[in-house]
Design a protein around this ligand. Structure first.
Ligand SMILES: [Cu+2]
Length: 68
């Protein structure tokens, strides 16, 4: 299991948290995803054999948030 913390711009409320945690959480290979609004970060635990950081970033981008 790998761990990455991404800085994400544009998340401001509980809806954003649900959108990001929901979409990233649905990816195969993602074990857990936790948004921290105060710091504007998304912490993800994932299996690198199943999903890449690039794919996780794309998914956040598709939800309309910018990965810094
Ligand atoms: Cu929001």
């Amino acid at each position: 299991m790998e761990q990455v913390t991404l800085k994400v711009n544009g998340m401001s409320c509980g809806h954003c948290v649900k959108a990001v945690e929901g979409s990233v959480g649905e990816l195969d290979g993602v074990n857990s995803v936790k948004v921290d609004l105060a710091s504007g970060t998304v912490a993800v635990e994932y299996k690198s054999e199943q999903v890449t950081v690039e794919r996780i970033k794309e998914t956040i981008d598709e939800e309309g948030y910018e990965v810094a």
